[in-house]
Design a protein around this ligand. Structure first.
Ligand SMILES: [Fe+2]
Ligand SMILES: [Fe+2]
Length: 320
């Protein structure tokens, strides 16, 4: 007699059949009944009321660990005019102007008045084959390279906006560049759009940023920012996005509640001038003067923004 559980189908000793034998026989003859089915259906049966409780609990818990405030603040002591290096679309891993990126990191790291605002797409992170073949660093190497740049700028990064290429990097998990940003860097971090409020004892600048804003115009490289100023957050001082790689600047005046304000619209340049995607689309390769960060120098005493479109220009302003 077997030690397995089973049953005798007649008084005879050899009529003993194990559970397994009975089940296999039932499967063979098509008589198999899945005994757990009713239990499982009962477990899955939730009323709308029960589901409501569950989804609200889960949403609140997710918000608790992941919510990002729409307005975040940084404070300066007002003793100097900081220069914000609006730095994005590096696309590390691609055919980039790494020398220009290196010089920008160096300026941020070494000059006490220059702070970085990261605008996203720091890594290329392409995941489809033709584009991947244009990358000279694999995804891991891209992240290592960019993390070393962030480490080099540690303490000099005023804020960061995540780009869509970092979202691609998240296909395999979290984006390590931004994981626990606030704990690591202690400065504002945004996914999507957000207002970075730059405070001085005597004045405040409201700068809205996003890796990208909605809208596109073939005639105006700052269309997304100007659209945002009309149909998104109105009456702010500075609007900046990246993503289109079309470095540009425009300024205009607006009357807000009786006050005249000067508004500044910026699209930052990329550090990658061209790739297979651009060739396929028929885009002109960018020349070096179309690449790189845009620099905003903020007067700490009265609202006044000086804009430099290249490293050479900002070197002149800072006398370096
Ligand atoms: Fe992008
Ligand atoms: Fe980009």
């Amino acid at each position: 007699m077997s030690n397995e559980q089973g049953l005798y189908t007649s008084p005879k000793e050899d009529s003993f059949r194990t559970d397994r034998q009975i089940k296999l026989e039932a499967i063979r003859t098509g008589k198999f009944v899945w005994e757990g089915q009713n239990d499982l259906e009962a477990i899955r049966q939730r009323s709308f009321e029960e589901w409501q409780k569950e989804v609200i609990r889960r949403r609140d818990s997710r918000r608790e660990i992941g919510e990002i405030p729409e307005v975040q603040k940084i404070n300066f002591n007002g003793k100097y005019a900081p220069t914000l290096a609006l730095l994005g679309d590096v696309h590390a891993g691609g055919d980039c102007n790494y020398e220009m990126f290196g010089a920008t990191v160096e300026l941020i790291k070494e000059h006490p008045h220059v702070k970085a605002v990261l605008m996203g797409d720091l890594v290329d992170a392409f995941f489809w084959n033709q584009a991947l073949q244009g990358d000279m660093l694999n995804h891991k190497e891209q992240i290592h390279y960019m993390q070393s740049a962030l480490d080099a700028m540690d303490g000099e990064i005023a804020a960061a906006f995540k780009g869509n290429h970092e979202r691609w990097a998240e296909r395999t998990g979290v984006s390590p560049l931004y994981f626990k940003w606030i704990e690591k860097y202690g400065t504002p971090y945004f996914e999507g759009k957000g207002v970075l409020q730059v405070n001085f004892p005597k004045t405040v600048y409201n700068m809205e940023g996003s890796h990208r804003f909605p809208g596109h115009s073939m005639y105006n490289d700052n269309h997304p920012q100007m659209r945002e100023a009309n149909f998104g957050q109105q009456g702010l001082d500075i609007y900046v996005s990246a993503h289109t790689h079309k470095k540009s600047y425009h300024t205009q005046y607006a009357n807000v509640a009786g006050d005249r304000i000067q508004q500044h619209f910026v699209t930052v340049g990329a550090f990658k001038g061209h790739d297979g995607y651009g060739s396929d689309k028929g885009y002109d390769p960018f020349k070096d003067d179309q690449l790189g960060a845009v620099f905003l120098t903020l007067d700490p005493d009265q609202k006044s923004v000086d804009v430099d479109m290249s490293l050479e220009q900002v070197y002149q302003r800072l006398g370096v």
